[in-house]
Design a protein around this ligand. Sequence first.
Ligand code: SF4
Length: 465
Amino acid sequence: MTYGNTIQHDDKGNEDELPLVIPEDIRYNCQGCGRCCSGWAVGLTDEDYSRVKDVDFGALKEELKGQELFIDRRKEFEAGYSMYPYFTKARPDGTCPFLFDNLCFIHASLGEAQKPEMCKLFPYTFVPTPSGIFVSVVSNSMASVRNLGSLLTDQRKMLAEIWQQTVDHERAQGRSTQQVSDVASKITAENLKAVRYDVNLVPGVALSWEEYMHIDSRLIELIKSEEHKNIFDTLIAAGELLLEALRIKNKGESLAQLSGLAIAPETIERYKQEPPTTFENMLFNLQCFRSFEWPLLRKQYAANWAAANKSPLMEPKVLKAGFRSVLGAKVEFPDTGVVSIPEVRKYKVGELSPEINQFLRRYLYMKVFSKGFCGPSMSGLSVVAGYNNIVANFLTAILYVKAQAMTKKVHEVKIADFYEAYFLLDKEVVQVSQLPKDKAQFFDSGFASPRLFSRLLGRMAKEIG
Ligand code: SF4
């Protein structure tokens, strides 16, 4: 595995003015599959809307004649309940009304510049920090989850342009650009030093940027080095590392001690012997519901809830499905219908292939490298809560791929099912990144234990292979 850190030079080999920090061996170019253009309503700024509002789309395309293409959310936007004043109105199957034959009709008929900014910026992420702007891509795009296209390190110029568009887009919405609202939009290494990166290790335990980077570097090393034989062991070891970081921090010592700190194999083995508690199993059931069934329900009923001004938690169907998942341990996955969680867990499948292991390590590396799993870009989640969210997603992905194997009556899990699982899971990660403060704090406290999922990791490692 060759994942590395930063490329900060322009084509002539000079250090560039804009300190973008780009992950190595990560690829992305749109493959035109159209999957990103479904499953959500696209938000439009006033500028986006004014570019297209007077276009007679019906005259340009028969299928768009008489169609309601946009939703007006100005009132909610002004009241602070909506991220955008307008949205595209998705078709009943969830696809964007402008998607035809997997191509964007706005792009095809009016040109790329007329597309909503959000569509132009997707799936790139930029996290400004005192060390540079960390670039990455989210996995809710089939091209990025499959690592298809050119290397990001070869697309530096284009990434710098997209960063500039991101800044302009957020300014147009009147939102601060993460931590850089007070820094000139043309960010240089010099004025980047003023950028704040506020992150806690656990709620109430603040880290400086240097302290955060000690943890970050050791986590990346753990993921890259394969010092633990499989991905389950790596994740248990990372949880132990975070626990050690908390001990060091509580003693008031330097987190530089984490460098080279090894986690003994016996420590990891212990989690394979201890069964998960009832609480841990129920939490896992809840995660499966949250990650896979809840989005299906939301897609089905969201319009009705909004029209009736009703909370989804008052909807009998949601309550019934939630109780069935958490207490009855039965969850509905896309494509498989309702499955029994204990039965799926018991279902025997072979070991994860080297290709799957590599995919999972690459995904983990991207999440940690991008600084997008905790802190300012993740609703302020602490490092431990953000890490546990990654682990919860991993465990539910394992259940998803095993459920697919069980339904097809085969005894090996497929990498294509992992792609699909992470494509769906990263859509929900976006939702977590937009949580309001009170909900984010609740999530943060609930996920603040470094070993929260260690016993489940140990047990599910034994249930596979
Ligand atoms: S506007 Fe175009 S690019 Fe954006 S979601 Fe719709 S079809 Fe896709």
